[in-house]
Design a protein around this ligand. Structure first.
Ligand code: IMP
Ligand code: MG
Length: 176
């Protein structure tokens, strides 16, 4: 099986939407500092583009989780591979995600983070596949709701490839 990538959301459209999200976040957090938590690796491109456009003071931290599962499905059992460097206590934190699919990874992650007593904790995701939800997760900021297709680019991978594509593409599998 070979894979072919079809452009689904062109770069310009993604960037325009990210600018809108950044404007909303800047407005919602007026007079405050916002602490962005990037969930590696998929969210890195989104986080950078978003952070550049937020006008309130921004701090950032990074964490890496691995959900025991295969390439295209997560199991919901999450292992922290790299934890945050800074405590969350008293901070206005926003978890930055690339995509919410079943919601399993995030509901687990949000529970862990809530216990660290942030002043507030919100979720911002570039993509959401609401049809695939298994575990309830409420997103506060969503870039795009997308259909149940496997997408790559803008940080998202298929078997670790295609993260660097500047657009969101749908993976199509072909015989040749
Ligand atoms: P969830 O726990 O099922 O919500 O899975 C979330 C994680 O699965 C995301 O952070 C991605 O790493 C991965 N994922 C889910 N859907 C896609 C997709 O369409 N393309 C690439 N990665 C995906
Ligand atoms: Mg992710």
């Amino acid at each position: 099986m070979k894979e072919k990538i079809r452009i689904f959301l062109p770069e310009q459209e993604v960037n325009t939407r990210i600018a809108e999200l950044a404007a909303r976040i800047s407005e919602d957090y007026a007079g405050k500092e916002v602490h962005l938590i990037c969930v590696l690796k998929g969210s890195i491109f989104f986080m950078c583009e978003l952070a550049k456009r937020i006008t309130v003071p921004v701090t950032m931290d990074f964490m890496s989780v691995s959900s025991y599962g295969n390439d295209t499905k997560s199991s919901g059992i999450v292992r922290i591979v790299k934890d945050l460097d800074e405590p969350l206590e008293g901070k206005h934190a926003i978890v930055i995600e690339d995509i919410v699919d079943s919601g399993r990874t995030l509901s687990y992650l949000l529970e862990i983070l809530k216990k660290r007593n942030p002043a507030s904790l919100r979720l911002c995701t570039l993509l959401d596949k609401p049809d695939r939800r298994v575990t309830d997760v409420e997103t506060d900021y969503t870039g795009f709701n997308i259909p149940d297709e496997f997408v790559v680019g803008y940080g998202l991978d298929y078997a670790q490839k295609y993260r660097n594509l500047p657009f969101i593409g749908i993976v199509e599998f072909t015989e040749e």
